[in-house]
Design a protein around this ligand. Structure first.
Ligand SMILES: [Zn+2]
Length: 393
């Protein structure tokens, strides 16, 4: 029974861009879901044994990395690293979205093989949660020969994502456009690599190609790792409704410029944050938090909005039952603080000055998975979770 009360919260951050802060100091979890949010004396806490005193720390929704490249299990062949997903949990990430599994050794590049891989990865990830982290995996990479019937079959078997167009065999608008229409007809979300080539052999894709193909997400416009020309990003913002993704494994200056552009265009609701890791840039367990700090400190975006860009906005795109601190949602929650020694006094003000917040507690489906991140410094406040052994630093 995943029941939990978190009380004495300094600030509840909702993960909802439209109303990013919630009044109250207490969140009640029953059966792994958020049962109440509000002031301690006004919410029903009866019968719950496990209580965390947040000591004035902030409560955020668990972070969602909108752009990851898992393969199978908690291992990346790209960097020969194990446990990168569980390590990201210590950076507050409770969900990763696969933008494709291109790193599989010997990845099949024929229609039957790419379809089989997407179905297999979808089913594998539906059964595996490294450290508790939820993985939306199994993003089909487009290859020549895929048919409309293939998309229907994949959708029936649970595949929900078309991985980044531009890193596999089908990327020219005349080839990709029909497949995107079939995918959309099956309710899939379509991602598209935008910007310079990611690795030798992949393609350079600009606004012209993206607008012709019509994906749902313009992936890593600040670079994966090389940023798209700024005029291309301006076109995507002005001439489409695509989600605009900014990632850690890209260009810092361009990430800030994209944030400023979306502020000017009143389009912050289209911005999502990911890491684009594992990749050639590496494995970055604090990548989502660091990108949020870029956007807040350099991009002129209120820090509470960057929380939404890394949680509720992405959850809404993928229809996930989490990402916002709302009654009924999955209780994927963080207790966060300014890191010890920071000029900032809380986690949001740490983001605002470019510091990476401290992750003190990570809860997934109401279960405490981390009590003391091993990857962030400790906070200015201390939170005890007596029934969980501390992870230490
Ligand atoms: Zn890419």
């Amino acid at each position: 029974m995943a029941d939990l009360v978190i009380t004495n919260i300094g600030q509840i951050v909702s993960g909802n861009l439209a109303s990013p802060l919630i009044a109250g100091d207490t969140v009640v979890v029953r059966d792994g879901r958020i049962a109440a949010v509000g002031i301690a004396q006004n919410v029903d806490q009866t019968g719950i044994e496990h209580v965390i005193d947040a000591a004035g720390c902030q409560l955020w929704p668990g972070l969602i990395d909108s752009h990851s490249h898992p393969v199978f299990g908690d291992w990346t062949p790209r960097q020969q690293v194990q446990n990168f997903i569980e390590s990201g949990l210590h950076g507050g990430v409770t969900r990763i979205i696969s933008a494709g599994e291109p790193h599989l050794p010997g990845r099949p590049k024929d229609a039957a093989g790419t379809k089989a891989l997407a179905i297999l990865a979808t089913k594998s990830w539906s059964q595996v949660r490294p450290g508790g982290v939820k993985v939306l995996g199994g993003a089909v990479l487009l290859e020549h020969g895929l048919t409309e019937a293939d998309f229907r079959e994949m959708a029936r078997e649970g595949v929900r994502i078309v991985g980044e167009i531009g890193i596999s065999g089908v990327y020219k608008p005349e080839d990709a456009r029909p497949m995107v229409e079939w995918a959309h007809g099956c309710g899939m979300i379509v991602l598209m690599h935008v910007g310079g080539a990611s690795i030798p052999g992949s393609s350079v894709i600009g606004a012209r190609e993206a607008l012709a193909i019509g994906p749902d997400v313009a992936s890593h416009v600040n670079g994966g790792p090389t940023a798209a020309p700024f005029k291309d990003i301006e076109r995507l913002v002005a001439e489409s409704q695509m989600m605009i993704e900014v990632v850690q494994a890209g260009n810092t200056a361009r990430a800030a410029a994209v944030a400023q552009l979306l502020v000017r265009e009143h389009a912050l609701q289209r911005m999502i944050i990911g890491t684009d890791t594992p990749s050639g840039t590496g494995v970055i367990p604090l990548g989502v938090l660091r990108t949020m700090a870029w956007i807040a400190s350099l991009g002129g975006v209120a820090p509470e909005l960057t929380v939404a860009m890394a949680s509720g906005t992405t959850a809404q795109l993928y229809s996930l039952p989490e990402g916002r601190v709302e009654v009924g949602n999955a209780a994927d929650l963080l207790l966060v603080d300014a890191p010890k020694g920071s000029e900032a006094t809380n986690a949001l003000s740490a983001l605002a000055i470019g510091d990476t917040p401290s992750v003190l507690v990570v809860v997934v489906d109401g279960v405490v998975r981390v009590a003391g991140s091993r990857n962030t410094p400790g906070g200015t406040r201390t939170v005890q979770v007596p029934w969980v052994t501390a992870g230490g630093h």
